[in-house]
Write a protein that binds this ligand. Structure first.
Ligand code: GLN
Length: 533
């Protein structure tokens, strides 16, 4: 087993996760089995309780783990199967250590960061290694070198190489090489200092990924090489991409990152097979058509809050030979100014998942606008609940219909909690989570798109469609076309008498891959193209 540890310096949001994932792609294309994991130094047990404003989207795995959005990159860039073991936080580490201490497992020892906390961290790498048939594990460490809370993780990684042999471990460090406009110069000092911080802890990077807005020339590479004690060829420029993030593996391959890593770890392989990946990138970068799709949400200012949705639209666009121009619309604005000025020039409307009542009425207005004007509509999780509330109020005539999440006293709780959710007190990891099977009506549009009447999709929600209203809805043309196998839970609704109106209780965006777009997104973008305005 070989191990690659990816750290970051200078600033966050460097694209460290992207670089790690892109390295994963390259190693897979060389024929290796790769498994990726993320260590996050914050004290939350998982990101499930964090606001998207703080931390971007919560990415959900098959087994229901609520994880960091970097795991979304890992699943889109590699094929290794991820589970809750693949995202470790300080919160989990300390929870485990304290549980062991209370049980008396430490046999009277003074429990300390070194060795007990660092053992717990290394233990997770060994656990993952024991359960996988992968050849290489890539572990990304969240945060930046120099952070107090990251120190136990870095110390654990330092110890790790001595346990498994340094020849089996490579350290890759991503830093920023900023451009100072006034001097018209790229600066290496922040890189030097962040590498110095790493070396202070006892980690000498084998590769330095230099994120920069401008090309890094050979002189600069030599300078970084000398000051940071790495080979000149192991200083790998990672310049901003203009077309798409999926170019990252190709750019890093141009800089020979994969062969440098393989040499370092004594891995023998042929050149990577990148044709399929290149073709996919070409489809994304050079499409024939363009189509505007409105995403109506409340975390709209933040690119990371609906990350997987935007990525899925890109994948689906490429499959339709089209560039999807996402128009990000704040549902609060629709509440204030009405839908027309925001929705008149989009060809389709998507309402993503969400929590909390701010902006809900604006989303309901957007769903109504889509339904009445024959504009393709795709509702995801909350987006399905919104479509249900809208139809109940405006077609079924159920005045003040609502979800009990937003109005516990509504006379028509068309979306409500199941009995078992009413007992729940804790917020963390208590929703309906992870992959559930759904069976589809063979006469539905979604069955046609999936090419199947049995699908598995990932969930993250508490509230459900209230089946007491099913007959009323269906008699008015709002069809329940997908349910759990025992039919107790609603999974998909459609309005057959509409060009494209599909809403799902699950999150299809977590299963779309650039080389294998999700069928519902593909169908949605195709419908948008047909409705081009
Ligand atoms: N807030 C809704 C629920 O809990 C929808 C959740 C979501 O969109 N992920 O059911």
């Amino acid at each position: 087993m070989k191990y690659i540890f990816v750290t970051g310096g200078v600033v966050s949001s460097l694209g460290k996760g992207l670089a790690a994932a892109a390295l994963g792609t390259l190693l897979e294309c060389r024929g290796f089995k790769v498994l990726m994991q993320k260590f996050d130094p914050y004290l939350n047990v998982d990101p499930g309780t964090m606001s998207p404003f703080q931390h971007g989207e919560v990415y959900v795995l098959d087994d229901g783990a609520e994880t960091d959005l970097d795991l979304g990159h890992y699943e889109r860039f590699t094929s290794g199967k991820l589970s809750q073991l693949n995202n470790l936080t300080s919160g989990q580490v300390y929870e485990n250590v304290i549980r062991k201490e209370r049980k008396g497992d430490y046999l009277g020892a003074t429990v300390q960061v070194i060795p007990h906390v660092t053992d717990e961290i290394k233990g997770r790498i060994y656990d993952v290694a024991a359960q996988t048939d992968a050849d290489i594990i890539i572990t990304e460490i969240g945060g930046t070198t120099g952070d107090i809370e990251g120190l136990p993780f870095l110390e654990a990684l330092r110890q790790f190489k001595d346990e498994v042999g340094h020849e089996n471990v490579a350290y890759m460090h991503a830093t920023l090489v900023p451009y100072i406009k006034a001097a018209e110069e790229l600066k290496t000092k922040p890189t030097q200092q962040s590498v110095a911080k790493l070396r202070e802890i006892g980690i000498a990077p084998d590769v330095i990924i230099c994120r920069s807005e401008h090309p890094v020339d050979n002189d600069l590479k030599r300078k970084i090489s000398m000051f940071c004690n790495v080979k000149p060829e192991a200083v790998v420029p990672f310049v901003d991409m203009k077309g798409t993030i999926y170019e990252a593996p190709l750019k890093l391959h141009d800089q020979q990152l994969d062969s440098i890593i393989c040499d370092r770890l004594g891995l023998e392989s042929k050149e990577p097979e990148l044709i399929e990946w290149r073709n996919m990138v070409d489809r994304i970068v050079n499409p024939t058509h363009t189509v505007k799709i409105g995403v109506v949400g409340k975390y709209i200012d933040l690119m990371d809050a609906y990350k997987s949705i935007y990525e899925s639209l890109t994948h689906a666009g490429a499959a339709n030979d089209a560039k999807v121009e996402v128009v990000r619309i704040d549902s609060g604005d629709i509440e204030q100014n009405g839908p027309s000025q925001y929705l008149d020039d989009v060809s389709a409307i998507l309402i993503p998942g969400g929590f909390g009542d701010r902006g809900i009425e604006g989303k309901i207005t957007a769903a109504k606008y889509a339904r009445e004007n024959d504009i393709p509509y795709f509702g995801i999780c909350l987006g399905m609940q919104i479509a249900t509330i809208e139809f109940a109020r405006n077609v079924c005539g159920l005045e003040d219909a609502h979800s009990t999440e937003f109005n516990p006293f509504t006379p028509h709780p068309v979306i409500c909690l199941l009995e078992e959710q009413k007992e729940v007190e804790n917020m963390g990891a208590t929703m309906r989570l992870g992959t559930w099977e759904a069976k589809l009506d063979s006469n539905s549009k979604c069955a046609e798109l999936y090419g199947s009447t049995k699908v598995n999709e990932r969930h993250r929600h508490r509230y459900e469609f209230n089946q007491n209203y099913k007959d009323n809805f269906e008699s008015k043309g709002f069809k329940l076309v997908g349910t759990s196998p025992d039919e107790s839970l609603a999974e998909i609704i459609e309005i057959p008498d509409h060009p494209f109106f599909i809403a799902v209780q699950f999150h299809p965006e977590f299963q779309s891959k650039p080389t294998n777009p999700h069928p519902l997104f593909k169908g949605f973008v195709a419908a948008a193209l047909e409705n081009r305005r």
